[in-house]
Ligand binder design. Sequence first.
Ligand code: NAP
Ligand code: MN
Length: 255
Amino acid sequence: MRFNCVARLDKLSRKIAIKLEAKLIDHGFVKDQDDPQLVIVIGGDGTFLLAVHEYMDKLDDLCFIGIHTGTLGFFTDYTDQEFDSFVDDLLHRQAKEISYQLLKVTYDDHCYYALNEMRVENVSRTQKIDVYVNGEDFERFSGTGLCICTQLGSTAFNRSVHGAVIQEGLPLLEMSEISGIHNRYYRSLGSSIVMKDDAKIQFEADSFDKALLCIDYMTYPLDGVKKINIELSKKHVRMLRYREVGYFKRLKSLF
Ligand code: NAP
Ligand code: MN
């Protein structure tokens, strides 16, 4: 089995990565950074995002599994205290595979994929965004911006803007406002809205100048852009699961 470890830069995570690599190589695993079949993520949910983006072009050919150095995460099933049972499961047990759909964001000739969310944010001026869903005119938003997240991303930025947390297994998209203005001149829904997994959303503006497109932890300037398309993609992230960690146990460990 070809594998690679992606570890957070802190001491503990790096130490675990070194120990794990040695152990797996001992058991016949082969380290292959470019073409792994298994990517082991050591760190937090943020490290998981990094690893997924690092292997974005190879998602069909590999699986992820994670060790969390800290508390349980949404992408990670083992804590650093459970190192031995992690190795034991990996070497001896049959895993279940679960997969998560990525968001696809396209405009002009750009195409990006997000695991957590996409956001359009403009901190320099009031951003107006005309929102269309499946070709239907839905609303004109005014404010800092809009966030569209996946089920998995519902506990990330979405939660910071009071979007609903979505239980695992529900295929959908959620759109939330970021500092929307609601007064006698500006009117938009205000609350978060959950949409079906086949929703095709379009953001249009006279100008997105000075706004940023945020894709998970990355940002891209939107100067000159007029139209952005958002939908769930056909791309999936595959994860190995050796044991059932209840969704509400994970959720509880978040706060
Ligand atoms: P980061 O430090 O990697 O992540 C920020 C925090 O968000 C970390 O505590 C991270 O958990 C947590 N997180 C990431 N994905 C999550 C998920 N799906 N469910 C629950 N918690 C999650 O920061 P970054 O490098 O800028 O990464 C950007 C990501 O951070 C974005 O996708 C965004 O959703 C998320 N985030 C941003 C805000 C905000 O700006 N207000 C708030 C919450 C989350 P770990 O400590 O386990 O890595
Ligand atoms: Mn982090």
